[in-house]
Ligand binder design. Structure first.
Ligand SMILES: C[S@@+](CC[C@H](N)C(=O)[O-])C[C@H]1O[C@@H](n2cnc3c(N)ncnc32)[C@H](O)[C@@H]1O
Length: 409
């Protein structure tokens, strides 16, 4: 065993000692002993604990790979997530106001990816263990909405009929307002008897929809999510924000940035998480790569009352960003790209006459890179709101507010 002193947390939430050596489940300032083989720490013994260390609320925390940061108090985690954003911005020379982190409560995650496999006695479902393929049963997971946690039993039932002997099923469970929306991959090929069994599970377990690989095999009713004044039924596997609480905080920030704009362009719009609330006040043009998501947005808008016009456009924004002439007469732009960020689109935005940008990001590193381009072109970085909808994990989400040079007093 060798002694280590933890100096900081890495971006995945592991403690980092000199080397660097990454030691999971440790905190800055702690003295630990560990055996490190091939860069992986084992048999970690905490010699001097941090005063920020707390007893993990979940009994499965040490073995389950779902959470990384239950061993630190909430204030420590909030400060660490703020520092991750501050340091990413600072690396590009950008400074801004960092608003206090808002954290989603426990028990509010509306989506879970269970692994499920057959066993000698039947089937089991849970999450993958920490850095392993083992499946850990987590009957009392503290993160998930209770309905979504109940989806574990659905995953077991599906594994019993549809998992091969060797491969675990991946079962994505999303809590819709009218039942669970379940999408399965790595299952046995569909045949007649399997289709019947899956339809029977959908009925008996009162699922809204069951999708096998990419095929909807049973649907009692289309899964419904209220977004603003609309009811949306996303295609299977579509992106949704992780918690309704986090979605509301992100939406409030987006509405604040875009307030007063009569026309807004929502880029990387998904199923309309921001377009639909925005349309209560402004005309919206929603652009997104996946046509099926836009179709669900459009259907939701058509059936809603009291919303201004929303137009949609399916487009690859990495290859074909909106050009300055397409951005004309747009007061504000909302950007919510995947982890890679929005480099190509930012390069066009700085040539446009757009006045405000609400940049929603799940990756502080690419956000900071893109923010630096805006700031370099004279935009002001007004503030950043960090939102922790992935409680107890190392994920960081945020909304940044930017104002164009010609709008600065
Ligand atoms: C982080 S999600 C945000 C979705 C939506 N704004 C929301 O909050 O629900 C990113 C979205 O970008 C879309 N996307 C990914 N790559 C894209 C690309 N190259 N062009 C356009 N859209 C893309 C994804 O399909 C996804 O809907």
């Amino acid at each position: 065993m060798t002694g280590y002193r933890i100096s900081r947390l890495g971006l995945q939430g592991d403690g980092v000692a000199e080397g660097p050596v990454f030691i999971p489940l440790t905190l800055p300032g702690e003295e630990v002993e560990a055996e490190v083989i091939d860069g992986r720490a084992r048999d970690v013994k905490i010699i001097t604990p941090s005063d920020r260390r707390v007893a993990a609320p979940c009994p499965h925390f040490r073995s389950c790979g779902g959470c990384q940061l239950q061993h630190a108090d909430d204030d420590f985690v909030a400060a660490w997530k703020t520092d991750v954003v501050r340091n990413a911005l600072k690396a590009h020379g950008t400074e801004t106001v960092l608003r206090p982190v808002v954290t989603s409560p426990a028990g509010t995650r509306r989506r879970a990816g269970f692994a499920a496999r057959r066993t000698k006695k039947g089937a089991m479902a849970g999450f993958h263990g920490r850095a392993s393929d083992t499946i850990i049963e987590i009957p009392g997971c503290l993160l998930l909405e209770p309905d979504v946690l109940a989806g574990r039993a659905v995953a077991e039932a599906l594994a019993l009929v549809g998992a091969s002997r060797k491969t675990a099923l991946s079962v994505m469970v999303t809590g819709a307002e009218n039942g669970l929306d379940v999408a399965v991959s790595h299952g046995k090929p569909l045949d007649g008897p399997l289709r019947q069994q899956l339809a029977a599970i959908c009925e008996s377990m009162k699922l809204a929809r069951l999708t096998w690989e990419d095929e909807v095999v049973a649907m009692r009713e289309p899964p419904v999510h209220s977004i603003g004044a609309a009811q949306v039924s996303p295609p299977p596997g579509a992106f949704l924000q992780a918690t309704l609480h986090g979605q509301q905080v992100l939406t409030d920030a987006v509405l604040e940035v875009t307030a007063g704009a009569r026309r807004v362009i929502d880029l990387f719009a998904g199923c309309g998480t921001f377009s639909l609330p925005l349309a209560a006040h402004a005309e919206v043009h929603a652009v997104e790569g996946e046509a099926a998501m836009l179709a669900s947005l459009d259907a939701g808008w058509r059936h809603a009352k009291g919303l201004k016009t929303i137009t949609t456009e399916a487009r690859d924004l990495f290859r074909r960003p909106l050009m300055p002439d397409e951005l004309r007469k747009t007061g504000a732009v909302v950007l919510d790209p995947p982890r890679a960020g929005a480099e190509a689109q930012i390069a066009e935005l700085i040539k446009s006459d757009v006045t405000k940008i609400a940049y929603v990001s799940c990756n502080p590193v690419t956000f900071a890179r893109d923010a630096a381009v805006l700031v370099g072109a004279g935009w002001s970085a007004d503030w950043v709101q960090v939102v922790d909808q992935f409680r107890w994990s190392s994920h960081v989400e945020l909304v940044g507010s930017f104002t164009a040079p010609h709008m600065q007093g």
